[in-house]
Ligand binder design. Structure first.
Ligand code: CP
Ligand code: NVA
Length: 317
């Protein structure tokens, strides 16, 4: 095994910033190859005999199914572990859970609440840990988003991405990191009180300076959308924040992605949403079901992008 290959095996992907530009590019390229193989029915059984454990503390459609199907297509197996059903939900410690599961599986995917929970898993596990969403980060979604943008636009560098909605959340944080690393400009527009985490924004701005991009924040959605190649939004009320739904709807209403707002974007803009979406709230049907929307290609790419990750982290390469 070469040095680079052994490094992948020691890797956790807890946030997009855990990856370099070279690694992100490699994963996107590998994902595109595996997408072609999948469509052509060419077997790519890189993970025969390997098992991925998947701990879910929150609901999921795309993440659960794409990881499970991905492992099957790679010749391996995935275990769905709802935290309600394993001893973790009855108070067994994160450290003990991570140590025990590491004795059985070859990798662990975790969807949980605070990012510190997945960091504690990573500190105690001896197999690679993949973040399947925390309150603060959603790296697997953004890997699929970058792949989708690359497929549709042929490049990432120099494009303008506008994110409108809850700035203090997993999607804008991970998009900021990805955009900065890949040299893509990004503007986030959110209402007062929903700004991105300062530490993530600051780091992304510094990274962007090195890659020739800009990462900006504004309270004005029109400013964010002006000249955008890519328009992205996400739900106003993320998982775990349900008690704030009414208050949030009031604050976010001027940030709805609708035909009037997207008029400010470039003529050939593409619309992305990680899904699930709430039509009539963060986005209107005319946008998400319109000709600029690529949300179902984006959802499909979760499968291909994650297979590239699984191959790198768990395979013999
Ligand atoms: N986009 C995404 O992560 O979807 P799920 O919540 O259905 O997994
Ligand atoms: N921001 C959303 C993403 C869902 C995939 C949430 O955390 O609920």
């Amino acid at each position: 095994m070469t040095e680079t290959e052994s490094k992948w095996h020691q890797k956790n992907i807890l946030q997009v910033a855990d990856l370099t530009e070279k690694e992100l590019t490699l994963l996107i390229e590998e994902a595109i190859v595996m997408k072609e193989q999948t469509k052509a029915g060419i077997p790519h059984l890189y993970l025969q005999g390997k098992t991925l454990g998947m701990i879910f503390e929150k609901s999921s459609t795309r993440t659960r199914v794409s990881f499970e199907v991905g492992m099957t297509q790679l010749g391996g197996h995935a275990l769905f572990l709802s935290s309600k059903d394993i001893q973790l939900g009855r108070g067994e410690s994160i450290a003990d859970t991570a140590k025990v599961l590491s004795r059985y599986v070859d990798g662990l995917m975790i969807r949980t609440f605070g990012h510190e929970i997945i960091e504690e898993f990573a500190e105690n596990a001896t197999v690679p840990i993949i973040n399947g969403l925390t309150n603060e980060h959603h790296p697997m979604q953004v890997l699929a988003d970058l792949m989708t943008i690359y497929e549709k636009k042929g490049t990432l560098k120099g494009l303008n991405l506008a994110y409108v909605g809850d700035g203090n959340n997993n999607m804008p944080h991970s998009l900021m990191e990805g955009a900065a690393i890949m040299g893509m400009n990004m503007t986030i527009a959110s209402p007062k009180g929903y700004e991105p985490l300062e530490v993530i924004l600051k780091k992304a701005k510094i990274k962007a300076e090195q890659t020739g991009a800009t990462i900006q924040f504004t309270y004005d959605p029109v400013e964010a959308l002006t000249n955008a190649d890519i328009v992205v939004t996400d739900v106003w009320t993320s998982m775990g924040m349900e008690t704030e739904k009414t208050e949030r709807s009031r604050h976010f209403l001027p940030y709805q992605v609708n035909a009037k707002l997207t008029h400010h974007a470039k003529e050939d803009f593409i619309f992305l949403h990680c899904l699930p979406a709430h039509r009539g709230e963060e986005v209107t049907s005319e946008v998400i079901d319109g000709s600029h929307s690529v949300v179902f290609d984006e959802a499909e790419n979760r499968l291909h992008a994650q297979k590239a990750v699984l191959k790198k982290l768990m395979g013999d390469n």
